[in-house]
Design a protein around this ligand. Structure first.
Ligand SMILES: C[C@H](N)C(=O)N[C@@H](Cc1c[nH]cn1)C(=O)O
Ligand SMILES: [Zn+2]
Ligand SMILES: [Zn+2]
Length: 477
């Protein structure tokens, strides 16, 4: 089966340095979607990607997505869409990824410059976006190039959709996908997304579920300007004090969310589901390794996997306006904005979550009896997604994993969120598969994010092999 793969694999190995250089160029563009000042870099990154695709012979468009909601002075970065091949006798696979990244600065504690790809003697390639999601996005481009240079026929038509706002809630993309589902994306037979991670470092997986994410701000304000704490401490009610107490009331040390009614929205655990966790190759040592500590909530694998995949969690992310530099500045901040998010799961409807959150935060604030002003708002939300892995799209990916990695993949769910996954599924009516490239130790969103050279190069082979097996699968739906 798929006999041309040997030639393709050999070519990927031959081109490995070139592919790493391509990743280096991508990482060097600080395409941070959450930072207004970096918006030109996000746009530059999209343009660079479009140029690379054009050079490979794809038909590329950069489509505008309009103004950013709530920040109308800013244009959203364009979505880069491309088509490679239009042979009516071939299947068409739609792939999605994102070219924006999370914020990163050396001062956060990175050991290397975050936007300078740095490879250590173990082949770990450090850089913001290396695993999330520039490495996987380039994986598709590299697969095209290796086919061309190996003289191996590309087995499918490829439709590509790469966005620049995923790390900021995929603003504008839902409308675009819905509008193009029966136009640009009309030919798609299935969808594949490479934007999540293995559970450990050795065993690949195919992923059929994601948590949703509802992200909130709580703004506390009072004084007209920042104040001297010696002069005004003890005379003015402090916004930061109120905020800390509200944030501290949301969740306990063991991750139990304190918002009444939220737990009742979660689908009950069935006996059948319980038995699934047993067979997953995952150990607490895998968790400790990626956590970098042993500070886990649960001592066992089953509860840990359930805590990540099938129960909601609430995380407090930061406070805008608070003093955060080293030193001992004696300021009373006049306005502070706390940020927290809830990872949502079946059957939590985002509107119900919002209602419960707003009610609870309001009650907590009222209890404080503060004269300050509080405003709690939703920044963005994306819904959870769970699909059936019993589809030719998953069978093809399973065969590709066995061919490249020599093992059957685990079937996993993911604790993170990719808001447009559900949109692609509903808008196109096609099966969506998540096919990760990176591993559990990649530290996406964290300092020292990396992608192992082995995962990148074998991952390029995997994406290409998947397309070959897709072409061979009997079409059942
Ligand atoms: C899993 C994916 N690579 C990812 O990191 N997604 C983000 C999406 C998001 C949601 N709100 C803001 N960004 C994530 O799970 O945090
Ligand atoms: Zn991310
Ligand atoms: Zn991502």
């Amino acid at each position: 089966m798929a006999p041309q793969l040997d030639g393709y694999f050999k070519q990927v190995d031959t081109l490995s340095s070139h592919f790493i250089e391509r990743l280096r160029k991508a990482v060097a563009i600080p395409s941070i979607s959450a930072d207004e000042e970096r918006r030109p870099d996000v746009v530059r990154m999209g343009a660079w990607l479009a140029d690379e695709l054009t050079a490979l012979g794809a038909q590329v468009e950069q489509r505008p997505l309009g103004r950013q909601p709530g920040k109308e002075h800013l244009d959203l970065p364009p979505v880069v869409i491309a088509r490679y091949g239009s042979d009516k006798n071939k299947r068409t696979i739609l792939v999605y990824g994102h070219y924006d990244v999370q914020p990163a600065g050396k001062e956060d504690g990175w050991a290397t410059e975050p936007f300078d790809l740095t490879i250590d003697d173990k082949g770990r390639m450090y850089g913001r976006g290396s695993t999330d999601d520039k490495g996987p996005v380039l994986g598709w481009l590299n697969a095209i190039e290796a086919h061309q240079k190996a003289g191996v026929d590309f087995p499918v038509n490829l439709l590509m959709c790469f966005e620049g706002m995923e790390e900021y809630g995929s603003e504008g993309l839902d409308d675009f996908i819905n509008a193009e589902a029966k136009k640009y994306f009309a030919d798609a037979d299935a969808v594949c997304i490479s934007d999540n991670y293995w559970l450990g470092t050795e065993k690949p997986c195919l992923t059929y579920g994601l948590r949703g994410c509802s992200y909130y701000s709580v703004e506390l304000s009072g004084p007209g300007q920042d104040l001297h704490s010696g002069v005004f401490g003890g005379t003015a009610q402090e916004p930061m004090t109120d905020l800390v107490r509200i944030l501290g009331s949301l969740v306990d040390t063991d991750g139990k969310i304190q918002i009444p009614g939220l737990a009742e929205l979660v689908a009950p655990l069935t006996e059948e589901e319980k038995s699934l966790y047993d067979n997953i190759s995952f150990t607490m040592d895998n968790l400790y390794e990626s956590l970098g500590s042993q500070t886990s909530i649960y001592p066992d694998k089953e509860n840990t996997l359930m805590g990540r995949w099938r129960f909601p969690s609430l995380s407090v992310h930061g406070v805008e306006g608070a003093f955060s530099q080293p030193g001992a500045k004696t300021v009373i901040p006049a306005k502070v904005i706390g940020k927290f998010s809830i990872r949502t799961v079946p059957n939590m409807e985002p509107e119900d979550v919002d209602r419960l959150v707003f009610k609870y935060v309001d009650e907590q604030f009222k209890k404080l009896g503060s004269k300050n002003t509080m405003k709690c708002t939703l920044q963005h939300s994306g819904k959870w997604w769970v699909a059936s892995p019993k589809h030719w799209n998953f069978s093809a990916a399973g065969k590709a994993v066995e061919r490249v990695w020599g093992v059957k993949p685990d079937l996993t769910r993911e604790g993170g969120s990719i808001p447009v996954t559900l949109t692609f599924e509903q808008a196109t009516g096609k099966n969506v598969l998540l096919l990760p490239m990176g591993s559990s130790t990649d530290a996406a969103h964290s300092i020292n994010e990396k992608l192992d050279k082995r995962n990148y190069i074998e991952g390029i082979k995997l994406l290409g092999a998947y397309l070959h097996y897709v072409a061979e699968e009997p079409m059942t739906s």
